[in-house]
Ligand binder design. Structure first.
Ligand code: PLP
Length: 234
């Protein structure tokens, strides 16, 4: 299967899950995660209609971004997402290229992003990464810390908090992921009700679901799915 065929299949699956769940498939952003893709494959994804690309490392993404921009003229019409853990010393490059950083997991990181965004006169869109499952190997803030971090981040003028992100534990039973996705949705709703009540800047984005579990994530309210293997494994 080619990248293009893979994309068509994933899009079809998204449509059919949406239809069953009573959602519109336009509510879902399909983000292609390029960590294991080469430039040729990324070009194929572009030709296949993908406009949102996600990287898990700043340097790797920057390299691919630069390679694409050398022989491709409409990169600014695309959206670039940082989905991996972000170290403070990589913030400068990250703020330069990413439209949305999914992985804010500490006030220290949020402040570093805010400071750099201010310096280059940008308002940086971000998500808070939540470690819903509590696995010690995962990045992200605990559920207990999310509201407090949200309140503090709302004071940073060069950040725009757009929603929440999570990674479900690896499992051979996707139904196990459902509870984590549901918890993330309830957390977002709680923030909207308790902190942003009456504010027109409610959190919309739920970045959840990867190749193994994106269908369940959509059933539970995902607005952005991050797909690597289902697109680039050919
Ligand atoms: C690699 C990665 C993905 C995509 O995973 P696949 O299983 O290849 O779909 C999504 N999100 C994050 C944070 C990743 O690192």
């Amino acid at each position: 299967m080619s990248v293009r065929e893979n994309i068509l299949r994933v899009q079809r699956d998204i449509s059919s899950v949406c239809q069953k769940a009573g959602r519109g498939s336009k509510e879902i952003v399909l983000l292609a995660v390029i960590k294991e893709a080469d430039i040729t494959q990324i070009r194929e994804a572009l030709d296949g209609g993908i406009s949102d690309f996600g990287g898990n490392k700043v340097q790797d993404t920057l390299k691919k971004y630069n390679a694409l921009s050398e022989n491709c003229c409409f990169l600014t019409a695309l959206s670039w997402h940082m989905v991996g853990h972000l170290q403070t010393n990589k913030v400068k490059d990250a703020v330069k290229i990413f439209d949305l950083i999914h992985s804010v997991d500490s006030l220290r990181l949020a402040e570093a992003i805010d400071k750099e965004a201010k310096r280059i006169n940008k308002v940086q869109n971000v998500l808070i990464e939540v470690n819903v499952s509590g696995e010690s190997t995962k990045y992200g803030v605990s559920q207990d810390e999310v509201l407090d971090l949200t309140r503090k981040m709302l004071l940073l003028r060069h950040l725009r908090l757009k929603g929440l992100m999570t990674i479900a534990p690896l499992s051979d039973n996707v139904e196990r992921s459902r509870q984590y996705f549901r918890t993330l949705r309830l957390l977002r709703d709680k923030i909207n009700n308790e902190i942003l009540n009456g504010n027109n800047q409610q959190l919309e984005i739920l970045s959840m679901g990867m190749t193994q579990d994106y269908k369940v994530a959509i059933e539970e309210g995902a607005t952005m799915v991050r797909i690597g293997r289902a697109i680039f494994k050919t």
